[in-house]
Design a protein around this ligand. Structure first.
Ligand SMILES: Cc1cc2nc3c(=O)[nH]c(=O)nc-3n(C[C@H](O)[C@H](O)[C@H](O)COP(=O)(O)OP(=O)(O)OC[C@H]3O[C@@H](n4cnc5c(N)ncnc54)[C@H](O)[C@@H]3O)c2cc1C
Ligand code: SF4
Ligand code: SF4
Length: 219
């Protein structure tokens, strides 16, 4: 914004300062064991736990990139870490798989769906109003955009491999079994392979839309 030198008085009942980028952790200063950075963020370990046992933090409150994606990711990770901490178990992190690049996806599986357009107000209106410049997306558009995700390398439980295997070698776990596996290994696994039945035909691998299956040689 360019200052114009002009001032205007507006009447108001109360004024709320609603724009800020700093984390206000003043109310935590007396908590024993907490390490607080000069910008107010809390130091956490790799499980997002602060220096006070059982107190977890994430998002803008910890030194990290300040974006919604990071904040949401921290929330998910912290929930898992809190769960294992309450159970008195060590937190096991699921191993990361290799990048599933675009050429490895079977995009024929997905329907063509164009990106939703976010409206913008024109330049002139931007200079003369406080209206939002970018409209953003409506709830149904956000859900639609989320469904356009190609889930690269991550099983999205389409049941394709389960239905395609000619030898019934793909096992589908129940919700209870999935929860048990997740508690034990930190991995969310809906499917497993019965290697006594599997012939290595690769039908499951070839039809998986998002390259969530790897073929590896038997030892
Ligand atoms: C102007 C602006 C534009 C941005 N644009 C983008 C963008 O385009 N894309 C993007 O990814 N990120 C953007 N960000 C960053 C993004 O908004 C933040 O990274 C994200 O909201 C952080 O989420 P959070 O849950 O950690 O914290 P917040 O969303 O800040 O949530 C913290 C909540 O805790 C509440 N709270 C605070 N103190 C207390 C207390 N003592 N007791 C109880 N509750 C309390 C607050 O009221 C708030 O509701 C923007 C940020 C700003 C300021
Ligand atoms: S591994 Fe692939 S084919 Fe099997 S359910 Fe998951 S996404 Fe579908
Ligand atoms: S490689 Fe063939 S037999 Fe083995 S699980 Fe996949 S589809 Fe079934």
């Amino acid at each position: 914004p360019q200052p114009t030198g002009e001032f205007e008085e507006l009447e108001a009942d109360s004024l709320i300062l609603a724009l800020g980028q700093e984390t206000d952790t003043g109310f935590l200063r007396n908590v024993e064991g907490l390490e607080i950075e000069s910008d107010g963020t809390l130091i956490v370990d790799k499980n997002l736990m602060t220096g006070y046992a059982g107190l977890f933090a994430g998002g803008d409150m910890v030194p990290s990139e300040r974006t919604v994606t990071i904040g949401v990711g921290h929330g998910k990770k912290a929930a898992r870490c809190i769960d294992t901490w309450l159970r008195g178990e060590p937190h096991t992190r699921a191993p990361k798989h290799e990048l599933a690049s675009f050429d490895k996806l079977h995009v024929w599986y997905f329907t063509d769906s164009a990106q939703r357009f976010q409206g913008h107000i024109d330049l002139k209106d931007r200079q003369t109003s406080f209206d939002e410049v970018v409209d953003g997306l409506k709830r149904q558009d956000v859900l639609y955009e989320a469904r356009r995700c190609l889930s690269c390398g991550n099983c999205f439980q389409c049941d394709g491999c389960y239905g395609a295997c000619p030898d019934d070698a793909v096992i589908k776990h129940s919700d209870e079994e999935v929860a048990g596996i997740e508690r034990e290994t930190g991995e969310h696994r809906r499917y497993a392979f019965n290697y006594d039945r599997c012939t290595g035909c690769a039908v499951c691998f070839e039809q998986c839309p998002c390259h969530a299956i790897e073929m590896v040689r038997e030892p």
